[in-house]
Design a binder for this molecule. Structure first.
Ligand SMILES: [Zn+2]
Length: 430
């Protein structure tokens, strides 16, 4: 069925209206760590307290914590876990294993490596975890109503050095705590995406005071109850922090911090009609991270959203693929949207898109048949239907262009090559 622009608009709008009144789920709370809250710190029994200054929570190379070498985290199941708890924890591991290069590996009593995470149940709390690798035995716990995969993904996010999204130093631009008697402190030097991520698994539920209230009215839900696991931006932060390779080596680098080496790695996917190289950028507009073409001369990201073109200079990020598109046993390329293998594509932003948790935005590419001009645009992946939206939206020059005949940026692994080269399979007996 051919869809005109107007029908496309109408269908997108109906998706929005259908899902905008998404019901609030039960509140989610996490006690990690207590002294991140303002006011007096509550003490958790038996849990080592984090030092009460922000530098101890800077997460990277702090006195107390560091990232896990090679992304390998040793764990031990505590006797407090039931089989069902173990099932939930293993689903949490799978969330990291399928989207990042981090690997959770059983710790064996008496092995030389003494650093491991004891995974435990504590029904006095929802969840708590040490932040980063602290050396020796450390904890990731869940309890009560929170003995779920998503709580454990959140706690293990702390284990890997992620901070709460709603404690970012710039969070007051996105949240307010007007109705809250207690609110989490802001932290300095946290590792996070340059874009504020309401969908982060490390975000408390908006509207629940630990997470504050979203400053923009169209953000109805955010945080762990909204998502079913790591957000796309959570995955990007982990893959960058652990220097993941293969199909996880692409990085979106803010224009404001682009280095010479980043510039050399910018993904050049073609040339303009006058011979200038074409690069892929993304920028936030109407709370959607939207892909576009980088205009190097004007240092702007040229993109289109809802059929209106924009040249954005603030908050622009560029796609870099260190090593080039064909390296590290992996191959980044544009693939016809109908032939895409799910999960191989390069995602830009996940739900909620139009407040729909099942939509994500991916990088699309099309050639305008009349002129041969190429364009970068936005493809919508419909996760629950495992297919792309029929039409993708592009910009060519100052015009918007929609096409059913488009490609999406994907990455495929060469499995034989991976088996030889991936560090965790060569070092560990998985
Ligand atoms: Zn937490």
């Amino acid at each position: 069925m051919a869809m005109t622009k107007n029908i496309y608009k109408k269908v997108v709008f109906s998706l929005y209206t259908l899902t905008v009144y998404f019901p609030f789920a039960t509140c989610y709370s996490c006690a990690t760590p207590d002294d991140w809250l303002s006011g007096s710190a509550r003490v958790q029994n038996g849990i080592p307290e984090q030092e009460d200054d922000d530098s101890a929570h800077a997460h990277i190379n702090t006195r107390r914590g560091e990232v896990w070498p090679n992304g390998i985290v040793k764990y031990k199941f505590h006797s407090s876990l039931t089989l069902r708890d173990m099932f939930e924890v293993k689903k949490a591991f799978e969330e990291f294993h399928s989207k990042t290069c981090v690997r959770f590996v059983p710790w064996k009593e008496g092995e030389r490596d003494r650093d491991f995470v004891s995974i435990e149940v504590d029904n006095k709390i929802c969840g708590i975890s040490n932040v980063c690798k602290i050396g020796g035995k450390q904890y990731a716990k869940f309890g009560g109503e929170c003995r779920t995969m998503t709580t454990m993904v959140h706690e293990l996010g702390h284990t890997l050095c992620l901070a709460h999204e709603h404690q970012r130093s710039d969070r007051d631009d996105y949240l307010n705590f007007r109705n809250c008697s207690e609110h989490p402190r802001k932290l300095r030097n946290t590792r996070h995406s340059s874009v504020y991520d309401y969908a982060s698994q490390m975000h408390y539920e908006c509207g629940f005071c630990g997470g504050g209230w979203a400053t923009t009215e169209d953000i109805r839900k955010c945080g762990p109850d909204f998502s079913r696991g790591l957000s796309i931006l959570d995955v990007e932060v982990i893959n960058s922090l652990y220097n993941c390779q293969g199909c996880q080596r692409h990085r979106w680098v803010p224009l404001s911090s682009l280095t010479h080496s980043d510039k050399a790695n910018m993904y050049n996917f073609g040339v303009t009609t006058d011979g200038s190289p074409l690069y892929i950028c993304r920028a936030l507009i109407l709370r959607q991270l939207t892909p576009g073409i980088y205009d190097e001369a004007n240092q702007a990201c040229n993109l289109t959203i809802d059929f209106i073109s924009h040249n954005l200079k603030d908050g622009v990020e560029l796609l870099t693929i260190p090593g080039g598109p064909n390296a590290q046993c992996s191959n980044y390329q544009f693939v016809n949207q109908a032939e895409v293998v799910p999960n191989n594509f390069v995602q830009v932003q996940g739900g909620p898109i139009f407040n729909n948790p099942y939509l994500s935005i991916d990088v699309a590419y099309a050639v305008k048949p009349a002129t041969g001009e190429v364009a970068i645009g936005k493809a919508l992946w419909v996760e629950n239907e495992k297919r792309y939206w029929d039409q993708a939206e592009f910009r060519i020059g100052s015009e918007t262009y929609t096409s059913r005949d488009y490609k999406v940026l994907c990455c495929t692994n060469n499995r034989d090559c991976m088996i030889e080269q991936t560090f965790y399979t060569s070092k560990l007996d998985l």
